[in-house]
Design a protein around this ligand. Structure first.
Ligand SMILES: [Mg+2]
Length: 263
């Protein structure tokens, strides 16, 4: 999960100033964690502490609201903020990439795809009640799951194409006219492609940022998968990244990794 969080931090300064290259400073001044990190940790915390089973939908929604309230200034979008601030638990039909950016932990929490995908759906229920958003979240969690199982990248790619109907384009083509658009169907395939073309955690993050667009979210998604696959984050990235997350978030991550046996 730290892979996703560090991706978010590294992308945080690049969202407004896209770099479109793999050569850039990883942690320039102002690097910070954003809503992607906060929601990723909220999902992990739900998995750790809620075993109500059939009420997973509500448990997720409750966590989202709690974490939103704790980290209101993390960069949440207007639509999500409005939902989080309302007193009632209403269903929102967002097609944004917010459902996909936060599911890394679900990819670690199950040993079979079927219950895993059911959990992903529950995590989307109140905020992203939308076919494209749910599909994208399922695709990301499936990738984390298969990467964790050390399936090879070609086979992961074929599985995702078959299960979700995504068509992947090389990054060199995507990058040319890629702009900011936080629609799930526009953010997720490029984020996965950055992983497919990578050969290490760091190269995956660099490729993800080089696409441009919603950089923190794209790198968060790519980073979560890349960590599960490469099982190694360069020390320098881990040290710098860890200094940026606060102790409350770090505690949940540590506990989650202990319970799930993540190194
Ligand atoms: Mg963000």
């Amino acid at each position: 999960m730290l892979g996703a969080i560090f991706g978010d931090i590294i992308g945080s300064t690049r969202e407004l100033h896209n770099v479109k290259t793999e050569e850039f400073e990883l942690f320039p001044a102002g690097s910070h964690f954003t809503d992607d990190t906060v929601m990723t940790v909220a999902v992990a915390e739900k998995l750790l502490n809620d075993h109500s089973g059939c009420n997973s939908r509500k448990a997720y929604a409750t966590r989202y609201k709690q974490y939103y309230n704790r980290y209101r200034n993390a960069g949440f979008g207007q639509m999500f903020s409005k939902w989080a601030e309302s007193d009632t638990l209403r269903i929102q039909r967002s097609y944004g990439n917010g459902a996909a950016m936060r599911v890394t932990a679900i990819g670690y929490a199950f040993d079979d795809l079927k219950p895993l995908l059911k959990e992903v759906k529950a995590s989307c229920y109140y905020t992203h009640h939308n076919r494209e958003a749910i599909k994208s979240a399922k695709a990301v969690a499936t990738c984390v799951f298969l990467a964790r199982k050390q399936e090879n990248k070609d086979s992961i790619k074929r599985t995702i194409e078959k299960m979700y109907g995504y068509r992947f384009q090389p990054l060199d083509e995507i990058r040319r006219d890629y702009v900011f658009d936080s629609r799930a169907s526009y953010s997720v395939p490029p984020a996965l492609e950055a992983f497919f073309e990578s050969d290490s955690y760091e190269s995956a993050i660099r490729k993800a940022i080089s696409i441009g667009g919603d950089s923190d979210t794209i790198a968060c998604i790519t980073g979560g998968i890349a960590e599960a696959y490469y099982r190694e984050i360069p020390k320098e990235i881990a040290t710098r990244g860890n200094l940026i997350i606060d102790s409350g978030l770090r505690r949940v991550v540590r506990e989650f990794n202990e319970v799930m046996n993540v190194e």
